[in-house]
Design a protein. Structure first.
Length: 340
């Protein structure tokens, strides 16, 4: 747990989830009636600068309340629960689901995946008896089912994956969707994602990892893919797949993938993505290490790199600018969970 002030993380998330402006509103405008304030179009997810960041900030709040609040914690559970009670209501989520149905490419696939993860987190919290969580789970579930149905319609027509280091990444979204499918009871979603991964990702080899990163990645295309495939392949087969996909790992190459990235300007929203890259790399590297046998020589290479990336990414949480704080907390929790 070292390196992250969870109470500060919760305070920041509460403040950002309720901050309506500035907001990057993405909408199809068919007429004057479609010009709305963020809160009018997105009654649940109108904070945190943009819709997907608002969605995963609510995921962060649920996870903090479920896993890290309690008598011995400094996390303000009452403040967290108050935001969730106010935002995650049946009426608010019905409005969000209506946007998804009306605009079926809206936030595909990144925002979709985070909404599924939010539904899964609420469901898990409700199963463990977190007060209020059953109401949140019931409210979010219809919108999460809309996402699942959209994915089922999209994947057969998607064709080649987008191998990107930003929101368009197919691999990162599919990994989140796989994680969410089981808690949501959507075996059909899990089966569709697995079939797509087996067709489009499992055959890959000799990834161009030395090309990473690009100037505003917050994901590693190569690590996101490997982290997805390890969810699909049996344990015995993943090590061989990784050898073919990342042949330089035994020799700790390429260094550009294993060393944290410096962030030259955190006031620039695009360049600031690189803080998130350090955190998402940390999570993926730790998961890859755990997926290999205990005596695999690649494990310590991955584990050391994950630790360096966590340290660099966690340091960025001290930044106070809204362009950093509105989204980084969720990626810090992903890295924290993977490092347990």
């Amino acid at each position: 747990m070292s390196g992250v002030d969870l109470a500060a993380l919760a305070r920041t998330a509460v403040g950002n989830a309720t901050r309506e402006h500035p907001y990057a509103l993405v909408a199809v405008v068919n007429g004057p009636e479609d010009v709305q304030q963020p809160r009018e179009r997105h009654p649940a997810f109108h904070g945190c600068y943009d819709w997907h960041s608002a969605v995963h900030t609510h995921w962060l709040l649920v996870r903090l309340l479920h896993e890290h609040a309690g008598p011995a914690s400094t996390v303000d559970g009452e403040a967290v629960a108050a935001v969730l009670d106010d935002h995650l209501t049946p009426a608010n989520l019905a409005a969000e689901a209506a946007v998804l149905r009306r605009e079926p490419s809206f936030e595909r696939p990144y925002g979709w995946a985070w909404l599924a993860m939010l539904g899964a987190a609420c469901t898990a919290a409700a199963a463990d008896g977190v007060p209020g969580a059953q109401a949140w789970a019931d409210a979010v579930r219809p919108a999460a089912d809309v996402v699942a149905d959209l994915v089922l319609a999209w994947l057969p027509q998607a064709g080649r994956p987008v191998r990107d280091g930003t929101h368009a990444s197919t691999a990162f979204a599919l990994a989140l969707l796989l994680d969410a499918a089981r808690p949501l009871g959507r075996d059909d979603l899990a089966a569709a994602v697995r079939a797509y991964v087996e067709e489009w990702f499992v055959p890959d080899a000799d990834a161009p990892l030395r090309w990473e990163p690009s100037g505003h990645d917050f994901l590693s295309p190569g690590l996101a893919e490997a982290d997805l495939v390890r969810r699909v392949l049996p344990a015995g087969g993943f090590g061989a797949w990784l050898s073919a996909f990342w042949p330089g790992l035994d020799a700790a190459q390429p260094q550009t993938l294993l060393e944290p990235v410096a962030v030259p300007d955190r006031t620039d929203g695009q360049v600031g993505h690189l803080d998130g890259l350090n955190l998402s790399r940390a999570a993926a590297l730790a998961h890859l290490a755990d997926a290999l046998p205990a005596d695999d020589a690649r494990r310590p290479v991955l584990t050391r790199s994950a630790g360096r990336h966590r340290e660099a990414g966690f340091a960025a949480l001290a930044e106070t600018g809204f362009m950093s704080t509105h989204w980084l907390g969720s990626f810090a929790l992903l890295a924290l969970d993977a490092g347990r």
